[in-house]
Design a protein around this ligand. Sequence first.
Ligand SMILES: Cc1cc2nc3c(=O)[nH]c(=O)nc-3n(C[C@H](O)[C@H](O)[C@H](O)COP(=O)(O)OP(=O)(O)OC[C@H]3O[C@@H](n4cnc5c(N)ncnc54)[C@H](O)[C@@H]3O)c2cc1C
Length: 390
Amino acid sequence: MIYDVIVVGAGPGGAMCAWKCAERGMTVLLLDRAPSLPRYKPCGGGIPSSLVRHVEGLEPEKFTDLTVTKLRHTWRGKSPVLAEMTCSNGEPAQVWMVMRSKFDTYLVEKAQAAGATLKLGVKVSDVTVQSDGVTVTAGEESWTARYVVGADGAKGIVGARAGLRLGKRWGIAREVEIPFEYTESAGVLKDACYLDYGSVKNGYAWIFPKTGYLSVGAGMLVPRQPKAEQNVGKILMDAIHVMLGSVGMTYPEGIDAPKLWAHPIPFWTGIEPLATKDGRVLLVGDAAGVVQPLFGEGIQYAVRTGNIAAQHLAENTTESYTEAVKLELAGEFDAALRVGKVFHRTPYLSYKLGVKNPAGTKLVGRLMSGEVSLEHLEQRIYDKLKNPFK
Ligand SMILES: Cc1cc2nc3c(=O)[nH]c(=O)nc-3n(C[C@H](O)[C@H](O)[C@H](O)COP(=O)(O)OP(=O)(O)OC[C@H]3O[C@@H](n4cnc5c(N)ncnc54)[C@H](O)[C@@H]3O)c2cc1C
């Protein structure tokens, strides 16, 4: 059988693409190397509720574990400030906390319900493009389709085989799930994300609440010396200790130290293609490097690129997919890169004037609910820097 589309990788990018292609009547094969679902994926699992503005049919009540409406900021574990994220009508702005096992499975089931075929335990090892289609190989097995979508994450094989996204830039993160009971005396609220700055250059540490767990981690978005990975590992672990200390906790005994995860960060040079010239192979999500470079956030962009790819696949306009992604995301990502540069050059000043100021958190709330864009946030930061006392 020749499929219309083979999607490699059943994370948020691939599952969304498979769902929206199948919904449009295409024959879809969705492959993942995971032996079964649900599967664990290390991730903070924070998704801004603005995602509903970009994708039709999402049912947050079916995959959201907790909903966060507050941010609590600290500088090197000290000087805490807790602030509400609000929409312009005064309602709380929401960030969904998801367990990736549940969220990713929800999207895969949507794809299956729309008619996509799922095959698990399939580790794709090769992709070959012919004039009339693309063949995907895993061990002794192979499948052919008119199009292939690489949704196989940060170290994806599809992009490498198709000659796409070869010059990746990496961020590095480590994260662990710590069992936790929310009591009145516990130092962590169920409806707040905890963010600590200053311990990691070009990054931050976090606690994201989940039912029965805290996702605790730290990430460096622009590692200065990629070779010094061991050192980066120690810096991130120290930042995790500081983050936990800021809520009166210590790293629990008996829980393994979190692993290091490399994470692609996009360049947005404006010249890097996300599809082959003939439009037969497309990349979405982490495989395409669509990770927002200020927060290191990638789930919503994986879902959004999966959705955009599906539209272009259904309309046979895959040659213009790269352009469409750039049109949708380049403005946001460029602004995030510029804001990141200012923040990382003057972290303490930025923390004092911007992050610690409750107006800053309000503004982030408007960003999370989709009322304002990252470009707007950038403009407000410049205005504040020009006139800090206004
Ligand atoms: C520690 C950490 C914390 C993070 N926290 C957040 C957060 O709070 N919010 C946020 O928005 N983003 C966060 N991110 C980023 C987010 O996890 C990614 O951007 C997101 O998972 C990208 O989704 P994806 O579908 O592109 O790829 P993935 O979720 O990585 O899915 C790729 C899939 O491809 C499969 N696969 C890979 N290779 C093959 C192969 N050869 N054959 C078959 N299948 C294959 C994998 O099994 C996997 O299921 C975090 C990242 C890290 C590392």
